[in-house]
Design a protein around this ligand. Structure first.
Ligand SMILES: [Zn+2]
Length: 447
């Protein structure tokens, strides 16, 4: 994935809502105090929910735009990362690790220092001929993955994926919570393919994006074809741009989309999958970009079936964008009440009194062994503990009284207040485990 031009600001991970005025980030985060006439309802501010639910913290000592994920936020993010990695694995991606910084020459070759330096941190100079750069995108490293050895047409499409760190030198005035940050963890992948494979690959990526959005509870707001605008700095020649545009239009045949001149990346046009935030503003988290330029710059080639050397096309894509921007959105759209599969704590067990404490601890051990995130809460009155679990948006609450403890049953309450009749503890764990494994949006099976 990679950056859009500075002038249009929009990138996969740092896109302001289209209707958001300058100086505001997406997702209802007011970033320039007192500068906007629009007042957001406090209830949909992910920063407030992030504090209340102990998801993340922004400490001035660590620096603006450099949030720290607390255990609850990290647990939710871990579940989402595992899901995305598995989805990618099943769809033919190969995962790599690459470092978040590299030599200056790497980013000169990629074009980032020529076209995107305003968004990058200044190079770090170790000696007169040794400078390092915090990367603003993963593409240069993934081009080196392709180049690591000779490639054959049989390997194409080659899909290289990574959830990787990258950095943007955002001005401190625009930073807010998770929606706009300086250290970014991007769900990214690059497909290297033959030109005649682009259409099928783009269609395939669009299907994956739809699948991921459905599982996470992301509400799509339509597709946007982002094209070159007048002026601005773009690499490549007109023929390359026309060809890339034609390929994306072909992939979008039969689908509704809007065109957005001036929203392209500096090296090629892209499809942006727009989402609607809780306040009704549109922004981008998922995107697909066609790039003829980086394969030229990195002199990438493969051996075709007739033995000739061919240049691959590079597709940049993100299914769910950066973890930061994704969670800024998810926290707000779900108001902190995540689907059970990525809820930080899925089940809280409440022994009615000390007599059931051992039974609750034993049941918690079984739940942990079954792969669930569970806590036992023994402090305070039952009513106060129920209210605390509701405040934390815990999806399942298991109440354990003397009678339930004696016959191995559990009275389950769902987030939202619905109480079920006591069930055998094993049936409760199977019910929750089933909903989590299915990554269901609802807390009970639909039957
Ligand atoms: Zn890229």
């Amino acid at each position: 994935m990679s950056p859009a031009r500075r002038s249009d600001v929009t990138t996969v991970d740092q896109a302001p809502g289209r209707s958001a005025p300058e100086g505001r980030a997406a997702f209802g985060v007011q970033v320039a105090s007192g500068s906007s006439p629009i007042q957001e309802p406090d209830m949909i501010d992910h920063r407030r929910l992030g504090r209340e639910l102990d998801l993340f913290v922004s400490d001035p000592l660590a620096g603006a735009g450099l949030p720290i994920w607390l255990p609850a936020g990290a647990a939710a993010r871990h579940a989402v990362e595992e899901y995305v990695r598995e989805l990618e694995r099943r769809s033919g991606h190969q995962h790599v690790y690459s470092p978040p910084l590299g030599k200056r020459e790497l980013f000169e070759l990629s074009g980032h220092l020529g076209y995107f330096a305003d968004d990058m941190f200044p190079p770090m100079r170790l000696s007169a001929d040794d400078e390092f750069v915090l990367r603003p995108a993963l593409c240069p490293h993934h081009a080196l993955v392709f180049r690591a050895r000779g490639r054959s047409y049989r390997e194409l499409p080659l899909r290289i994926a990574e959830l990787g760190g990258m950095y943007r030198s955002e001005r401190s005035g625009v930073l807010g919570g998770l929606s706009r940050v300086r250290a970014i963890s991007l769900n990214d992948a690059h497909t290297f393919c033959a030109p005649d494979q682009v259409g099928a690959e783009v269609a395939r990526i669009l299907r994956l994006i739809r699948e991921a959005h459905a599982a996470l509870g992301v509400r799509p707001a339509g597709l946007r074809l982002s094209l070159r605008g007048p002026g601005g700095k773009y690499v490549g020649d007109d023929a390359q741009w026309a060809r890339a545009e034609e390929l994306l239009r072909g992939a979008l045949a039969g689908v509704d989309y809007v065109e957005a001149p001036g929203e392209a990346a500096f090296y090629g046009p892209k499809i942006d999958i727009q989402i609607m935030d809780a306040a009704g503003r549109e922004s981008t988290i998922s995107t697909i970009q066609v790039d003829f330029d980086k394969p030229e710059r990195f002199d990438l080639s493969y051996t075709d079936s007739d033995g000739s050397r061919r240049r691959p096309v590079m597709l940049h894509r993100s299914l769910v964008g950066s973890m930061e921007r994704l969670f800024a959105y998810l926290i707000e759209v779900h108001e902190g009440a995540f689907p059970a599969w990525y809820a930080p704590v899925q089940l809280v067990l409440l022994p009615v009194d000390d007599g059931q404490a051992d039974a609750a601890a034993e049941l918690a051990r079984r739940a942990v062994d079954a792969g669930l995130r569970v806590e036992v809460d023994v402090a305070g009155s039952l009513g106060a503990r129920v209210r605390d679990a509701a405040r934390r948006r815990v999806p399942y609450l298991g109440v354990l009284g003397a009678r339930e403890a004696a016959d191995g049953r559990l009275a389950l309450r769902l987030r939202g207040g619905r109480a079920l009749d006591p069930m055998p503890a094993a049936a409760v764990l199977a019910l929750i485990g089933g909903q989590v494994a299915a990554r269901a949006a609802d807390l009970l099976p639909a039957d």
